[in-house]
Design a protein around this ligand. Structure first.
Ligand code: URA
Length: 273
């Protein structure tokens, strides 16, 4: 006999099928103007000071005036955060990144040891991170954790991203989205004071090092990361993103070799300066 399947079972199974296929966001056919709708409040432009010197970071060409305001506001909030908890709260309260109003459930800041010698910086939260409020907790994050553990780095890392809200549908990040979050990333580096940075994936490496090179040519090499103010400098190594490694397992060998090179320097008594 042909029995009708209850609608909720059909819907549940269809949703599971979509989730398995990677569909993780519902987008409208037409864009929604969040500013018009009153949800996205562009940050107040910075106060004009009678200084001849330019501000430390200018909005990039075509970025729009609110980006400069948002960066200035992010800098102020970040500077006022005296520890990682305060920084996390400052990020959660920051309205200057439009990703916050594009369907993200919450801000995702970081996890790990507050005094870690290694800071790992990924691209941005995915669906699992968005749901749980912690970075790198999905399949890619589990692989990252296994690799860090294999290299003896468990408990010696703090993990964060270049942006703190999930891009809808995991679309690529814009330079503006990364730029407005950058002051918070820099403040995290100041507060944690790590010995070095591991930049995971091309969007992280390009944004942090301000280089437009492919990840395959940057990975495994040492670069000098410099803060916007120029006050902080740290050795930084780009490597392949674990999500890429899940798709291309043959590339794991390269990422593993990068991690061993980094660990060797991290554990060297003079740190190979
Ligand atoms: N990919 C990232 O770059 N960061 C995360 O937090 C999760 C996946």
């Amino acid at each position: 006999m042909n029995q009708a399947v209850p609608f909720d079972r059909v819907a549940e199974s269809l949703l599971a099928f979509w989730a398995e296929a990677g569909v993780d966001a519902m987008l409208h056919d037409t864009p929604v103007d969040r500013i018009e709708a009153g949800k996205f409040v562009p940050a107040t432009p910075p106060e004009k000071k009678p200084l001849a010197a330019p501000p430390p970071q200018q909005p990039r060409a075509g970025a729009g005036p609110d980006v400069a305001g948002a960066i200035a506001q992010a800098r102020q909030l970040a500077a006022a955060a005296g520890d990682l908890e305060a920084l996390k709260a400052a990020i959660a309260g920051f309205d200057g990144c439009s990703l916050k109003f594009e369907g993200a459930r919450q801000a995702v800041f970081g996890r790990g040891a507050a005094d870690a010698p290694l800071l790992v910086i990924g691209e941005g939260p995915g669906p699992e991170e968005d749901a749980r409020g912690e970075p790198f907790v999905g399949r890619a994050g589990q692989l990252l954790d296994r690799m860090l553990a294999g290299a003896g780095l468990s408990g010696r890392v703090f993990i964060t991203n270049t942006v703190f809200w999930r891009p809808p549908g995991n679309r690529p990040l814009s330079a503006q989205e990364q730029a407005v979050c950058q002051p918070f990333v820099e403040r995290a580096i100041e507060l944690i004071s790590p010995k070095m940075l591991l930049l995971v994936g091309a969007p992280s490496a390009k944004a942090m090092l301000k280089r437009d090179e492919g990840i395959l040519s940057m990975r495994g090499r040492w670069f000098e990361w410099r803060s916007e103010s120029g006050n902080l400098e740290l050795p930084a190594m780009p490597t392949l993103h674990p999500a890429f490694l899940l798709r291309q397992p043959a590339a794991k060998k390269k990422a593993w070799s990068d991690l061993l090179t980094l660990t060797e320097r991290l554990d060297r008594p003079d740190r190979g300066a």
